[in-house]
Ligand binder design. Structure first.
Ligand code: HEC
Length: 280
């Protein structure tokens, strides 16, 4: 499935708007997709996509649009979601091959899109991930394999609070302080991580969500910020965050567009009640 550099160069010249070469056979056929590894696909989706995308019908948009029945639908066409101009004007309907090409090359395939994934999805995971996504979004005409899904949901059987008590107490009871600096603006806000996986903040309209992934990385996204696109995502190893340290500035991260995000931890929260109960 891997293309040579020469083919990629040729395709790049031939495709002003990404389109399959005329008369090309689809690579991800129904047979290939139906035979893919569901468990691998599920895990890959959870690790790499679920922070920003829901799959079920009528589920909420997160930082990314809900993906129900995305295969076959015109790119960038969910009315309630605010897409980049790039996606709105892409002018094609998603096929498994197109999603495959995009995830293999997020920046080059649709330049200017605002889906910020940290790295391309590796070859070994894409087929299974797309197959899984189709099964969960009403886009597959083959049955879901008979698997005990509940057993997959809690692979370690323990909650983060039990597995990482020091980290948990620190995160749930203190305040994370941020300062965003880019060429146009600078602003500060505080974030409060909640037990239900949500994040509330001191800045109106800003909230987020967090989870611990399979590598024991703590990943979170904040959305509704006065930047473009209006969110950011970061991941840190839980192990690096377990020891309470307090300072307005403990780390700094280069962000897209030359911005720098400074982060720190302040002891306590304005009112633990507000933080505990928000958001509903
Ligand atoms: C950091 C958040 C984030 C992550 C992680 C993410 N996406 Fe996205 N996704 C977005 C955003 C934002 C858009 C809309 C992009 C735009 O408008 O340019 C999008 C758009 C899409 C679309 C097009 C939807 C449409 O209606 O046209 C698909 C398909 C998609 N993502 C699949 C995935 C898959 C599969 C993964 C996992 C590898 C993934 N995304 C990971 C944020 C994310």
């Amino acid at each position: 499935m891997k293309r040579t550099a020469a083919t990629v160069a040729l395709l790049a010249i031939a495709w002003s708007v990404p389109a399959p070469p005329a008369g090309a056979q689809e690579r991800l056929t129904r047979e290939t997709l139906a035979g893919a590894d569901y468990v691998r696909g599920r895990l890959a989706f959870q690790q790499r996509c679920s922070a920003c995308h829901t799959l079920a019908e009528d589920a909420l948009h997160l930082a990314g649009p809900n993906l129900w029945q995305v295969i076959g639908r015109t790119a960038g066409s969910r009315e309630e979601f605010s897409y980049s101009e790039t996606l709105k004007e892409a002018g094609f309907a998603w096929t498994p091959d197109r999603v495959d090409d995009w995830l293999a090359n997020p920046d080059d395939y649709l330049p200017g899109n605002t889906m910020l994934i940290p790295e391309p999805v590796p070859d070994r995971d894409r087929l299974a991930m797309i197959s899984f996504m189709m099964m969960e979004t009403g886009g597959a005409d083959w049955p879901r394999p008979e698997i005990d899904i509940a057993a997959l949901e809690t692979p370690r059987g323990e909650s983060p609070a039990e597995r990482f008590p020091s980290f948990w107490n620190h995160l749930m009871h203190n305040t994370t302080h941020f300062r965003w600096v880019d060429e146009e603006r600078e602003f500060v806000f505080d974030a409060y991580y909640n037990k239900d996986g949500s994040v509330s903040s001191s800045m109106e309209g800003v909230d987020g969500f967090w989870h611990i992934d399979d590598r024991d990385f703590f990943c979170y996204a904040m959305q509704g910020l006065p930047i473009r696109p209006n969110y950011f995502v970061q991941c840190f190893p839980v192990a690096a965050m377990a020891i309470p340290r307090f300072s307005e500035q403990l780390w700094q991260s280069p962000m897209y567009g030359g911005a720098i995000l400074y982060g720190g931890i302040l002891a306590g929260r304005p009112t633990d009640d507000a933080a505990e109960s928000a958001p509903d």
